[in-house]
Design a protein. Structure first.
Ligand code: FJE
Ligand code: FE
Length: 297
């Protein structure tokens, strides 16, 4: 392999994400955002979600961060208070910058179980009140590279010489790796960034080739220095995991549910804005999603 990592990162903490209830009747395996790991700067939440109709995530607001939804199986329809509506299917991505305010619903679109990952990325104080924006990328437009038994889908950032078209306001990398049995990767990560691995399928060895294999639904925090990740698939099945990294913001975080600001005053203001439908929440006044109209009381 041509890329050489001088100082591979090691696994410093490991968490198993167990299923818990979220939204209305939905199940999430929450790794980042749970009590023991409230924040991993700039990441607020990582949920591996599983939802079947009529369960879902009906009308709710967001302010101050981005949500990144990456579908693994089935489809989810989202609908927002500005009339933006769309369905993302397996392999598709929705990168939503909530900024000053979004109110939306996220509901299953197909039969059976819909599965995916939702990552919440914090915005810096200067970006918290920006205009909301969507970047929606269908599976066929996600850059993919393959080499030596490794396949990587580049959701954000760069790998194996390929780049993602996604613009990340908080500098972020997000890679979906599949390693065939016997393969090995070396992936550069900026030294000053926080980075983690979340395993989706199979079992892998991370950081040190002599360490024990780690299985699906585990989150691994990678050591705070080092210039990359080394990982091995020494098993007989394929290994799939995501590698996510981001530049820490180093700012105070005050969270109240789906509102994430820098101070309690800003949270109080946000609650007021949401209640009064002001400062970005104007269109929340009359709005109700079609999905709620169908399923709701
Ligand atoms: C929620 C605020 C929220 N994990 N994974 C409060 F934003 C949500 C929420 C989600 C969510 C949605 C999808 Cl599609 C996937 C998710 C949280 O919408 F459930 C609560 N309680
Ligand atoms: Fe949401």
């Amino acid at each position: 392999m041509s890329i050489v990592i001088k100082e591979p990162r090691t696994v410093v903490r490991k968490f198993l994400a167990r299923p818990q209830r979220e939204g209305v009747g939905a199940t999430v395996r929450r790794s980042i955002g749970r009590f023991e790991l409230k924040y991993f700067d700039p990441f607020l939440v990582l949920d591996e979600f599983s939802v079947s109709a009529p369960a879902g995530f009906p009308d709710h607001p967001h302010r101050g961060f981005e949500t990144v939804t990456y579908m693994l199986q089935g489809a989810v329809t989202h609908e927002d208070f500005e009339g933006h509506k769309g369905t993302i299917e397996a392999g598709d991505l929705q990168w939503m910058t909530a900024g000053r305010g979004i109110v939306h619903s996220e509901m299953p679109a197909g039969q059976g179980t819909q599965k995916g990952l939702q990552l919440w990325i914090n915005l810096s104080s200067k970006d918290k009140m920006i205009e909301p924006r969507y970047q929606e990328i269908t599976s066929k437009d996600i850059s993919e590279a393959a080499k030596d038994g490794i396949k990587v889908r580049i959701i954000a950032g760069e790998a194996l010489g390929m780049k993602s078209p996604v613009y990340t306001r908080t500098p972020t990398m997000y890679l979906d790796f599949t390693l065939n049995p016997g393969s090995h990767i070396q992936q550069p990560i900026p030294v000053s960034w926080n980075a983690f691995v979340y395993i989706l399928e199979g079992e892998g060895i991370f950081g040190n080739s002599r360490s024990s294999p780690i299985t699906a639904h585990h989150l691994l925090l990678l050591g705070g220095s080092g210039d990359g990740l080394e990982a091995w698939n020494k098993s007989s099945k394929s290994l799939r995991f995501i590698l996510v990294g981001g530049e820490p913001l180093g700012e105070p975080v005050v969270q109240f549910g789906p509102f994430v600001m820098n101070s309690q005053e800003e949270i109080d203001q946000t609650v007021e804005d949401y209640e009064n439908c002001t400062n970005g929440f104007e269109k929340a006044r009359q709005w109700k999603s079609e999905s709620t109209t169908v399923f709701g009381s």
